[in-house]
Design a protein around this ligand. Sequence first.
Ligand code: ATP
Ligand code: MG
Length: 333
Amino acid sequence: MNGLFVHGIPAVVPEAEAALCRSRLLLAVDALRKATGVEEVDIRITKAVIDSASSHSSRLEEWEELSVSDRAERYTPTSPLWGMDRLIAPGGLLDELDAVVRMAELEDLVFSTWGMREIEPFPRSVLNFHGPPGTGKTLAAHAVASSLGRNIIAASYADIESKYHGDGPKNVEALFFAAQRDNAVLFIDEADSLLSKRLTNVTQGSEQAINSMRSQLLICLERHRGVVIFATNLVENYDSAFETRVRNIRFSLPDKEVRAAIWRVHLPKQLPLADDVDIPDLAERSDGFCGREIKQAVLDAVFRAARRGSVVCREDFVGAVERIAANSRKKQL
Ligand SMILES: Nc1ncnc2c1ncn2[C@@H]1O[C@H](COP(=O)(O)OP(=O)(O)OP(=O)(O)O)[C@@H](O)[C@H]1O
Ligand SMILES: [Mg+2]
């Protein structure tokens, strides 16, 4: 299903729900394409009725003519959803994030008031959180914003990319404009194609479009004052222009000790737990899990207990871990 994007799911929707919704929509569209042979699709779900092709195209024209500040209206800041206390990570990673926060707090003083920008034009508050899915990158971006007492503007690559020629770079500019306007932390998710050197399997046109987005991104990064966080799963082939400007922070699958702490942070005080719940044992059993899978296991176990109308016990968690492990084994086959 290359080339299909679902965007517009509100940021407040939990990621598991959002992912489910996205995959259902993508599967439905894929089935439609297979059944009908239709290749080009641009399906929208809107409140307004788009009744004719002409009103559609006139809207596009209006959109193309919008100024950067008008475009920036659609990028709205939100309060961070999580604080640093929710992020469980090895000490080294927490120290690194802490250093980023302290540096961002001092940025104005050091770089502007004390003139250090003459020496170092890129104050290195441009970060790339990279690592496997579900390891806490999005969570950490919110936590950094929360520690700085700033709002966050989150956009994914799909929100920025536009198939209408020339729109991608304008959207990049608008996004940075919005972040500056609101003094918000800018979080650009799924940024792999933006940061990487070369795309495979794309047409000439798309490649050009991405290249001009990259150039715009460099210009914006150069001018921007504030924290910018990219998140990527895998950037094998960095564009060297970004390598020198972006500070890479690696997120890894949790080891046993970190998993135990992730289990704990997902069990609120009010949750009625049976005495037989054994966190070290669950940490052992969830070997290979990412944080998101631990969260899913907790939700699964808690709902089962709620349906039964009793406290959550060891068996609920063990069963949930086994189901999730079996599911991910199935996916790998
Ligand atoms: N290191 C962690 N500490 C605490 N909770 C975690 C951690 N990693 C994942 N989680 C849990 O899993 C959820 C999903 O993690 P998150 O969305 O931050 O992962 P991600 O690295 O951004 O994944 P993706 O690459 O798929 O976007 C979090 O909201 C949290 O409940
Ligand atoms: Mg994420």
